[in-house]
Design a protein around this ligand. Structure first.
Ligand code: MLT
Length: 268
């Protein structure tokens, strides 16, 4: 009942591990990975997405309570990496993937040689956001199915992508239409249940990257600055002409930033 890992590039002792955003899967990173041919990259499917088992099965396998939680996702990532012989890596996540990186930093600090927090935030949801997540989860498990997440399309990419990158918009539209209802519901509950984890960053002494698309309205600059101020060794990157899905909208720029993070971690 292990999470699905996808291995790319040459073997090395220090892989770059990438955790995708909601409600996509590890293929979200394909274009970024194609810009990192010299790095060992491991992409992970979150519980209920891609080739990974459902969240309830992952909780059961770990002996966790059934209540969906990012901590279950984080423990499952650590277990899957351990199963693949990976005891240490540079781990980066976009949005929901970033929430999982924060949970890893809380529970599996020794695994992290560096962290990347992309288009994400360390604060918990407010009550309105939490209620909205529960509505989306309920709709996904009901008549709406995958279409419960269709309205996300225009929010997750920036205006530049909407105007100038029709292939990215179409790819995302197709990914949202194919998003698994069970995965949507589990992840929405897990994200609604997550606590704020800013304090976790305060005593994390590894190289860090905080990156956001300049047009990301879902993870505002203030949230990025809050995380950056909590970190001791951090590079902040703002990717122009990209929104919340920076890895899809500007993969070359995101790959350069991740490569630099990996270099900083390898030099430690
Ligand atoms: C994501 O891209 O993973 C989502 O925007 C996360 C969220 O809903 O907070």
């Amino acid at each position: 009942m292990s999470l699905a890992l996808h291995h790319h590039g040459p073997d090395s002792d220090l892989p770059l591990v990438l955790l995708h955003g909601f409600p996509l899967d590890s293929s979200m990173w394909d274009d970024v990975v194609s810009h990192l041919p010299d790095l060992r990259v491991v992409t992970v499917d979150a519980p209920g997405f891609g080739s990974s088992p459902a969240g309830s099965a992952v909780s059961e396998a770990l002996g966790h309570p059934r209540r969906p939680a990012l901590t279950t996702y984080a423990d499952a990532v650590a277990a899957a990496l351990d199963g693949a012989g990976i005891g240490r890596g540079v781990v980066a996540g976009l949005s929901m993937g970033g929430y999982a990186v924060l949970a890893l930093a809380e529970r599996h600090r020794g695994l992290l040689a560096g962290i990347g927090l992309l288009d994400t935030r360390a604060g918990a949801d407010d009550e309105t956001a939490r209620r909205n997540r529960l509505k989306v989860a309920e709709a996904a498990l009901g008549a709406a199915g995958s279409s419960a997440v269709a309205p996300m399309l225009e929010k997750v990419v920036g205006p530049t992508t909407l105007a100038e990158r029709p292939e990215v918009v179409e790819r995302l539209r197709a990914a949202l239409a194919a998003a698994p209802p069970g995965g949507i519901a589990w992840a929405q509950h897990a994200m609604a249940n997550r606590p704020g984890r800013l304090a976790v960053l305060r005593d994390l002494d590894v190289p860090a990257l905080v990156l956001r698309g300049a047009e990301d309205e879902m993870s505002p600059q203030a949230a990025a600055e809050e995380m950056a101020h909590a970190l001791t060794d951090v590079e902040v990157v703002v990717v122009p002409r990209a929104g919340h899905m920076s890895a899809l909208e500007a993969p070359a720029e995101v790959a350069v930033a991740l490569h630099r993070l990996h270099e900083r971690a390898a030099q430690r």
